[in-house]
Design a protein around this ligand. Structure first.
Ligand code: ATP
Ligand code: MG
Length: 152
């Protein structure tokens, strides 16, 4: 699908957020600056809005690797694995140890060896005509494999 503006990206992140509950995992793929963190920002801020909380500032966890958010009883883990150079370092993080107790969002998931079965994969790319336009391909894996994300 096409995301023609930031607003489209936020609208979609809201819709996808509504599908999620504990145990769900999203992998976000795509080049630097393509909009992965922006999508996560929309998703988390929307959960906060829904629960009547103030919106947090969603920063990129590039240097910290992970930021976690407590939205009332809901826990969201936001990872950025860009700086990790091998699968061993990633295994040591134990990303999926407590997977059932939170929603897990992962930028730069390429080096993950043991991927959870049930996951939504988002592939962002640039559309050259306009700086604000993006292409997004969504692939559901496991329990999401028959979900029609085009109709979301
Ligand atoms: N349609 C759009 N969707 C998402 N972001 C957009 C869009 N149009 C413009 N942008 C801008 O593109 C930038 C995306 O940056 P962002 O940090 O989200 O990228 P990223 O994919 O997380 O990069 P990195 O790999 O460095 O973590 C932001 O400045 C955002 O405002
Ligand atoms: Mg990012």
């Amino acid at each position: 699908m096409k995301l023609n503006s930031l607003e489209d990206t936020f609208n979609l992140s809201k819709k996808i957020g509504k599908l999620l509950s504990n145990g769900d995992v999203i992998f976000l793929y795509g080049e630097i600056g393509v909009g992965k963190t922006t999508f996560v920002r929309g998703l988390i801020n929307n959960f906060e809005d829904q629960k009547g909380m103030n919106e947090s500032q969603i920063l990129s966890p590039t240097f910290n690797i992970v930021f976690d958010y407590a939205i009332k009883e809901l826990k969201i883990m936001h990872y950025d694995l860009y700086r990790l150079k091998n699968s061993k370092d990633i295994n040591e993080l134990g990303i999926f140890a407590e997977i059932e107790n939170c929603i897990t969002l992962i930028e730069w998931p390429e080096l993950i060896e043991k991927k959870p079965n049930n996951r939504i994969e988002l592939f962002f790319s640039y559309l050259e005509e306009n700086l604000d336009k993006r292409k997004l391909e969504i692939k559901g894996q496991g329990k999401w494999s028959n979900y029609d994300f085009e109709k979301i």
